[in-house]
Write a protein that binds this ligand. Structure first.
Ligand code: SF4
Length: 396
């Protein structure tokens, strides 16, 4: 078997969406995985498939993009962070005072197997969550002067045409109080040619990234092997265009749950001038069971990785994007897990410190019980929701 089947530059940007078209899988494997893709869609660029070592069934790049049967294990929810509850206009989520999310599309260059928004790609929930014509979204943002930064997300906004992106950036730049525009994207990893073959895209980004109101591209590299020559060139070109690049990564079983891999990623990114911004706890999403790593294990991995990094490379925070807020896992000792609300849904909880009993099997905040004297904002949120629905069952 060949380990690589290199495609031409032109065809590298094309997609494979039918698992049966992957030439490297046996007929038995394909048949088994078709059952998975009937539920959770498959999509990959030929460029990304070319990065896989097909002789290694545990190859991390393969793991990230090719389904596994265990995705059918019953686990998690469709919308584990209850994003629906903070959706304020078509395609707009407003959870933290100064930040709003704009879901610009429901499509991605490739589908990460561990995606926490996979509901956007699923048949059973094909409701449009992304902004359509943008009018309602722009009106909401313009009416809320407290919003000083917008995260354009999806899906992956880089699937949009440059013309659409330009129109979106123009509209946002016309709103004076929006200073930072963030674009969350995995395209530099999945399809760097989307950038490299489009000179106009760099011009557009450069024009809208101004000295007092920058564009940040929040890259999504998961593994050092994604940092190919092409991906590095994208980051270099973006930086030269006046865009600030940072990186964020979910910790995922079989992909980067190794402290040396994490350190390799952080160090390489630091050489490129890209700070690792967040490591994320994998959200308990339907289909994500095989990729989840318990909180305490994740914390240990991050801390061990940091011992192999320079100060510049390890500025990262390890966080959970929970319904109640962005919760940093700040420490773990023999008996306790120490949490800090980096941002909270209820602004009164901003910076709140919560000490919980250690539970090595916990995957999510809901499974951590606070020690006496500490209240968990999540309980309050849940109690309020239960009050509204008329059901009462406070956790112990
Ligand atoms: S690029 Fe982001 S939104 Fe798209 S599949 Fe991956 S994690 Fe999900």
């Amino acid at each position: 078997m060949t380990t690589k089947r290199e495609h031409s530059r032109g065809s590298k940007q094309s997609h494979v969406v039918d698992i049966a078209k992957l030439p490297y899988l046996s007929a038995v494997e394909r048949e088994a995985l078709e059952k998975v893709t009937d539920r959770f869609a498959f999509r990959a660029t030929r460029y990304y498939l070319d990065l896989i070592d097909w002789t290694d069934p545990r190859d991390p790049i393969r793991r990230l993009i090719v389904p596994t049967h265990a995705e059918l294990t019953q686990w998690g929810q469709l919308d584990p962070s209850n994003e629906n509850s903070v959706t304020v206009a078509a395609g707009v989520q407003h959870k933290y005072t100064s930040t709003a999310l704009l879901l610009a599309t429901q499509m991605c260059m490739g589908f990460c197997r561990y995606c926490f928004r996979k509901r956007l790609f699923m048949e059973e929930s094909r409701d449009k969550e992304a902004a359509g014509q943008l009018n309602e979204a722009m009106r909401y943002i313009a009416d809320h002067r407290e919003i000083n930064n917008i995260l354009i997300t999806g899906g992956d906004p880089m699937v949009l045409s440059t013309r659409r992106l330009e129109s979106l950036l123009k509209k946002l730049r016309a709103i004076d109080h929006v200073r930072i525009i963030r674009i969350g994207t995995k395209t530099p990893a999945f399809n760097p040619y989307r950038f490299l073959d489009d000179e106009k895209l760099f011009e557009v980004l450069s024009e809208h990234s101004q000295p007092d109101r920058r564009i940040y591209v929040v890259c999504h590299f998961d593994h050092p092997r994604e940092l190919t020559t092409e991906a590095r060139e994208v980051v270099d070109r973006l930086t030269r265009a006046g865009v600030i690049c940072v990186n964020q990564t979910p910790i995922s079983r079989g992909i980067n749950d190794d402290h040396r891999v994490m350190a390799g990623l952080m160090n390489e990114l630091s050489y490129m001038g890209v700070p690792q911004y967040y490591f994320f706890q994998c959200r308990p999403t339907i289909g994500n069971y095989p990729y989840a790593v318990p909180i305490v294990e994740g914390y240990r991995l991050v801390e061990r990785a940091k011992t192999l990094c320079s100060g510049l490379a390890k500025r990262v925070r390890f966080v959970m994007s929970h319904e109640s807020g962005k919760v940093e896992i700040a420490g773990v000792d023999r008996r306790h897990v120490y949490l800090k609300y980096h941002r909270a849904k209820d602004a009164r909880d901003d910076h709140r410190f919560v000490v919980c009993h250690r539970n090595d099997n916990a995957y999510w905040l809901d499974e951590l019980r606070p020690v006496e004297g500490y209240s968990n904002p999540y309980y309050r949120l849940r109690a309020r929701a239960q009050e509204q629905s008329g059901v009462s069952c406070m956790p112990d």
